[in-house]
Ligand binder design. Structure first.
Ligand code: FES
Ligand code: FES
Length: 236
């Protein structure tokens, strides 16, 4: 006959260890149960639900058979081989995955591919006209709008959309007169920075990016060399 575990209403040291081991045994046993073939079949279906969808990307039709949960970014990169759109955060925080859908900028990591059937998708690969770069691509090169280039496809797509939004008279958070939206020629640096604030650059190439937008907007951006000289004079 075993001695009682309780002493004076308190759990003895031996009793406590016994209980702990029993509980741990239950926890350890649980994964072992899940590994049994009949349990695994019930929890993880072998056949996946897939859908067939046709997407128009950069003027080409792509027929895909994919799970409905696949994001547009993954469909572009994994199914169509269009790896220009980058996966930075995959959570709608960095803008590296920005593409154009019916002319408007969209985070492709936050959009399901099957939702885009019948729409016109343009990625960084589709902006140039043959060998002729899009004016925004040229402006990024001429104004040093990138360093490592990881954020650049998203930045360029967002900047292309920004210009079209200004042409349509869209206002931003920093627009002072909502009845009088800024024109491209008068778009301030503050407006450009605010309108591109959804695209982050870890290399901090922001000055060049703003200058690129100013160039496409018909403004005279400061030359990169002039900025270097100003910085050197400030450091001296
Ligand atoms: S990868 Fe889509 S916002 Fe960062
Ligand atoms: S150029 Fe490197 S993250 Fe923007």
């Amino acid at each position: 006959m075993e001695k009682p575990q309780q002493q004076s209403g308190k759990t003895s040291r031996r009793g406590f260890l016994g209980q702990a081991l029993t509980t741990a045994g239950t926890v350890i046993a649980a994964p072992a149960l899940l590994n049994q073939p009949n349990v695994e079949k019930e929890t993880i279906p072998e056949t996946k639900d897939v859908m067939t969808t046709t997407l128009s990307v950069n003027g080409k039709q792509h027929s895909l058979t994919i799970e409905p949960r696949v994001t547009l970014l993954d469909a572009l990169r994994e199914n169509m081989g269009l790896v220009g759109s980058k996966k930075g955060c995959d959570h709608g925080q960095c803008g590296a995955c920005t593409v154009l859908i019916d002319g408007e900028r969209v985070y492709s990591c936050l959009s399901l591919a099957v939702m885009q059937e019948g729409k016109k998708i343009v990625t960084i690969e589709g902006l140039a006209d043959g060998d002729n770069l899009h004016p925004m691509q040229t402006a990024f090169i001429e104004n040093d709008g990138f360093q490592c280039g990881y954020c650049t496809p998203g930045q360029i797509c967002a900047a292309v959309s920004l210009v079209e939004e200004v042409k349509k008279g869209c206002v931003s958070y920093v627009t002072s007169d909502l009845n009088n939206p800024p024109q491209l020629a008068a778009l301030s640096e503050t407006e450009i920075k605010e309108r591109l604030s959804g695209n982050l650059c870890r290399c901090s190439a922001y000055n060049g990016i703003v200058a690129a937008v100013q160039q496409v907007a018909g403004q005279k951006p400061p030359s990169p060399m002039a900025e270097i000289l100003v910085r050197e004079s400030q450091d001296a």
